[in-house]
Structure formats: structure tokens, C-alpha cells
Design a protein around this ligand. Structure first.
Ligand code: FRU
Length: 573
């Protein structure tokens, strides 16, 4: 019986029946009927898990609703999903490897077709075409399914670079924050593994970092090898725009494949101290000078510093205002001299300060500088890179890359860069250049010198492929600006008059030479530009192609291209 008809009949009876007791009884019946009627809309399916994946259909025109997975009456996962009611736009999956043989109950608030469509398989839906999709980045990591934002827990451990990241496994939009996971032995070719941190009663899993507890200060070590410790923010939404964000830790004794959350979480709870819902994104590292763990965490209006002996109990030390989310802090040699170092601090935008850090507070010795513009956001650097390598390697989120259309995935990470401090005539500045491993992708390489614009365009006309790495040294002889076009769109504009790259002012050093060095990395959906050996960089999504013409140079200036180098690239997949 429909809920409307049910209520109508009972309301009629209510008015026609005499006596208070009877009326009350009927009223209770009506209420119970309504409750039962709504409750019976809930949908439930029980499946014995015998395959690796549970494939779930998503339809974007549907509202998000809460899905629950239960095993033996215990909730093992709760998330929101736009389960399809008709034809799915795409499929997502939940990895069920850890629950083989169990009886899984799936709950969803409504009876929709999508509930029946959910199926198990040892392959996730679309696995045959993964990484071959039209808009799939080919030289940058992106997740197989769903959404990614910030890189998390960047750490090198026993020959592997780990890339954990903010992941929504169930939709190509931000939600359900979970830590995704990929590994690489060279930062170029990646293998995506199973998600490691799922939302729990403390909240969804926001950004954080990872480190190696070499001295087993936590006591979490099992066996001979030290554990990986992840520090993350649990974000609990309290409604009406309010939230509580606490800092938690988890450990792994199987090379980052699975993590156990510390039972004493949260380890830092500072909402009351700051009277703010913004307390998040812990960066943790071992500070040699004080022989303590340091946590830099964003709180309200800047970055706070805490320290600890065991990563569990933290002492608040100091605060530096003027940064927003995703703190980074690390020491770098100036011009490669390890006896002359400075510390760099930044937040999500990447604007940074240089200064001194004694393990307790950061004393800026510079104002704010910028080394980048465009898509880069929430970039983080690797902890625990072996000393013989010694590089400070950064990966940033390429914010806003949707790769066109209704793809079952969106966003990506920028190509890893090496950060260095170098002296310039304006003082010491941070540089960011693609790591040398990019060469591994070179297939067909060409290079020329001393070209006019016309000569360069003749050479560029022969360049094939959509994955390209270019290096060029350009001197402006007469006039102000030149451009690089690709598939009918301008992807690079250099303006000597305003000293701008793609419309953004950058601080040049040897400006009087009127010569710039440019390095350009073109993927299917993105472009990254590095100026003057990483002094300034710019990243952006590519616009829809206007034609299929490749690269060409044009502009309002007479230029000489002293050096032009083009490498066609192979895919990382
Ligand atoms: C930055 C950020 C972080 C937060 C995360 C949530 O992009 O807002 O501050 O932890 O994203 O996904």
C-alpha cells in the first residue's frame, strides 16, 4: 500500500471513531504505519564474498546517499554514492580482498535498480580499458577510479616510493576522503594498490604524511623492519558548516600495504584551543638536532609546531601565521653546500618563506616568494629519501584537471620535481625542476640550435605524438612576446615587457640577457612549464584542441632559438 493511501484511510478512521482511547490507538497505528512504510524503502542485499571486487554502478543525476557494508552485524565501511536508478554513467569498485568468504550485507536507503546491478568479479568493471581511456593522462599518475586531490604520506621505504593520496573511490568528485595508494621504484612508472585508510567513527581521512619509525619509538614494530607511520587528519562533519578535525596516526608493518589505526587516536585535538574547525594536515618528520619527532600542522591561520618522543604524545611549541592548509617544512643546502643550509616552509598554495628552524619554532629570514602558478596545490615532499640520493622530491596535486567528459576518474598528480635552494641576485630562492628520471620516457629525441621562428616551425612540423618534452632557450631580439601553440591553442606566452609567463609575473634573475630557458611537458590533458631551470613554473589543463596541428612558435617579437630539444615520450602505463 502506498504511504499516501495508508495515511488517508487512517486519518478518515480517526475522525469517524469515537472515544479518546480509540483515537490515540489509531494515531499510534498511523505513526507506526508511516515509519514501517519509510523503513521498507530501505534496501538490503547479502552476498557471500568470493571475488576480489564489488562493482558498483554510478549515475551522476542521482543524489548521493549513504551505503553501508556490514559483516557479522559489524559495520566495515560507510560512504556516500550516487547509485544508479537507470543506466550507470560508469562503474566504481570496492576491493573486497580482505573479506573473502564473509557474508556481506549492503544497505542503501532506497530500492533502486543499482542495488540489483552490483556484482562481484575478480576484475573491476572497465579493467580491460583502464589507462587507455581517451582522457587518461599518460605521463602522470591518476587513480584508476574516482577522484584524487592532495598527495599524502610521501615516503621512500625499502626501494619503493609510496604515493598515498586523497581519494574518493566511489565517484569522480570530492567526497568520502580515503587514502589511496600507489608505489613506484623510480617515480615515473606507478602501480596503484588498494586504498589503505577508510573513514571511521572519528571522520573521513584527510591529508597527512608518513615517516619511518627507525628507532621504534612507537613500539609498533613487528619483526625486523621498522614500521611506516602515517599521520593524518580525521575530519568529522558536525552539520551546519561545523566540523572537528583531529590528528591521528596509523602504522604499517607490511611495506605500506595495510595500516592499523592507533587505538589511542586522536593524538592531537586542538579545536577548542583555536576555536576553529580548521586544524589539519600534519607533516611529521624526525628532527636530528633535538632528537625528537616534529609535527607541523595547519591550525586556523597558520602552521603550528609540536614535538614528541613517540609520535603518540605531542607537545605544542609555537605557531607561525600566514599559511593555509597542507604544511611543508624541510631543510635544504644552498647551492648544494651542505654546510650552508636554510629551512623552507610553505602551505597548500606553495608560496614559501625561507628561514631557520631549531626544532621548536620557525624564524623567517625572508618574506613570501612564489615559485609556481597554475594548477599546483597541496604539494608535499618525500620523507626518508636515502642519503646517497639526498634529493628533496616534491609531488603536487594538479588541481582542476577533469580530462573531459564523464570519465570514471578525474584529477592527477604533477610530474615529480626536485626542489633546491640557489643564490640569485635577488637573494636565495627555491627552484623546482622535473626529476632527471623523466628521461626514462624519452623515445624519439631531436635537437637543433640557432633557429629563427620560421626554421623552428619547419622542424616542429615533423614532431609527432601527443606526449612531449621540450627544452628551448629563446632570446628576444626585437619586440616583446612570443608564444608556443599546440593543437591550435596557445600553451605558453612569454612577455619580456611585463616579465610574465602565461600572464603571471615572475621574478627573473638575468633579465638583461633577454634570454629565457624553458622546459615544457605536454601530456594528453595538461601542460607544465619550467622557466630558467625551475626558477618559476606554471601548470594548466590543456584546452579542447582546435585542430590537430602540433607545435608552432609565433609572436610579436623577433626571436632566436639558441637551443631546441624535443623528445617524444612513451606512456607510463
Ligand atoms: C587541501 C585539503 C586539505 C584537506 C584535504 C581534504 O586540498 O583541503 O587541507 O586535508 O584537502 O581532502
Amino acid at each position: 500500500m502506498g504511504i499516501g493511501v495508508f495515511c488517508f484511510l487512517h486519518v478518515n478512521l480517526f475522525f469517524s471513531t469515537a472515544g479518546f482511547m480509540k483515537k490515540t490507538a489509531w494515531l499510534l497505528c498511523v505513526l507506526l504505519g508511516c515509519v514501517l512504510s519509510v523503513w521498507s524503502q530501505e534496501n538490503k542485499r547479502t552476498i557471500k564474498i568470493t571475488k576480489k571486487y564489488l562493482n558498483l554502478p554510478v549515475q551522476h543525476s542521482e543524489d548521493r546517499q549513504q551505503m553501508k557494508f556490514e559483516i557479522g552485524g559489524v559495520n566495515i565501511r560507510t560512504f556516500v554514492i550516487r547509485l544508479s536508478t537507470e543506466e550507470p554513467d560508469y562503474w566504481v569498485f570496492a576491493d573486497m580482498s580482505a573479506f573473502q568468504g564473509s557474508s556481506l550485507t549492503i544497505r542503501y536507503p532506497e530500492k533502486v535498480k543499482g542495488m540489483k546491478q552490483i556484482y562481484q568479479s575478480d576484475r573491476f568493471a572497465g579493467e580491460d580499458s583502464v589507462y587507455k581511456e581517451v582522457g587518461r593522462p599518460q605521463v602522470h599518475f591518476s587513480s584508476r577510479r574516482g577522484w584524487n586531490n592532495d598527495p599524502n604520506g610521501l615516503v621512500w621505504y625499502e626501494g619503493e616510493y609510496h604515493l598515498f593520496y586523497q581519494h574518493n573511490p566511489y565517484e569522480a568528485n570530492w567526497e568520502n576522503m580515503t587514502w589511496g595508494h600507489a608505489v613506484s621504484t623510480d617515480l615515473v612508472f606507478w602501480k596503484e594498490l588498494t586504498d589503505v585508510l577508510h573513514p571511521d567513527e572519528l571522520g573521513t581521512m584527510f591529508s597527512g604524511t608518513a615517516t619511518i619509525d627507525a628507532k621504534n619509538t612507537t613500539g609498533f614494530q613487528e619483526g625486523d623492519n621498522p614500521p611506516i607511520i602515517a599521520a593524518y587528519t580525521a575530519h568529522k562533519y558536525l552539520g551546519e558548516g561545523d566540523a572537528i578535525q583531529t590528528q591521528c596516526i596509523a602504522y604499517s608493518n607490511d611495506k605500506g600495504r595495510t595500516f592499523t589505526k592507533y587505538e589511542g587516536n586522536p593524538v592531537v585535538d586542538s579545536k577548542a584551543k583555536w576555536d576553529s574547525r580548521n586544524t589539519r594536515d600534519p607533516k611529521i618528520f624526525w628532527h636530528e638536532g633535538t632528537q625528537k619527532w616534529v609535527m607541523v600542522v595547519f591550525e586556523k591561520d597558520g602552521h603550528s609546531f609540536y614535538n614528541s618522543d613517540n609520535l603518540k604524545e605531542w607537545t605544542y611549541l609555537s605557531h607561525l601565521v600566514g599559511f593555509w592548509e597542507c604544511p611543508e617544512l624541510f631543510e635544504l643546502p644552498i647551492d648544494g653546500n651542505k654546510y650552508n643550509t636554510k629551512w623552507v616552509i610553505y602551505g597548500a598554495s606553495g608560496t614559501y618563506m625561507i628561514g631557520d628552524f631549531d626544532g621548536k619554532s620557525f624564524k623567517p629570514t625572508s618574506g613570501k616568494h612564489a615559485y609556481c602558478a597554475g594548477s599546483l596545490y597541496a604539494a608535499q615532499t618525500y620523507n626518508n629519501i636515502p642519503e646517497e640520493d639526498g634529493r628533496r622530491i616534491q609531488i603536487g596535486w594538479a588541481r582542476g584537471m577533469d580530462h573531459g567528459g564523464k570519465m570514471p576518474f578525474t584529477q592527477m598528480f604533477l610530474f615529480p620535481t626536485e626542489l633546491t635552494l640557489r643564490s640569485t641576485r635577488n637573494g636565495v630562492r627555491m627552484f623546482s625542476e622535473p626529476i632527471g628520471e623523466l628521461k626514462k620516457l624519452h623515445t624519439n629525441s631531436m635537437q637543433w640550435s640557432k633557429l629563427t621562428t620560421g626554421e623552428a616551425n619547419e622542424k616542429l612540423a615533423d614532431v609527432k605524438g601527443e606526449l612531449l618534452h621540450l627544452k628551448l632557450t629563446v632570446e628576444t631580439l626585437d619586440g616583446t612576446s612570443f608564444q608556443l601553440k599546440y593543437k591550435g591553442n596557445v600553451i605558453l606566452t612569454h612577455d619580456m615587457n611585463y616579465n610574465k609567463l602565461n600572464g603571471v609575473f615572475y621574478e627573473s634573475d638575468l633579465a638583461e640577457t633577454k634570454t629565457v630557458d624553458l622546459e615544457v611537458l605536454i601530456d594528453r590533458t595538461s601542460v607544465e612549464i619550467f622557466m630558467d631551470h625551475g626558477r618559476f613554473n606554471f601548470s594548466a589543463p590543456l584546452n579542447e584542441p582546435k585542430n590537430q596541428e602540433g607545435l608552432s612558435i609565433s609572436g610579436r617579437a623577433e626571436i632566436v632559438i639558441h637551443h631546441l630539444e624535443v623528445h617524444e615520450l612513451q606512456s607510463i602505463w
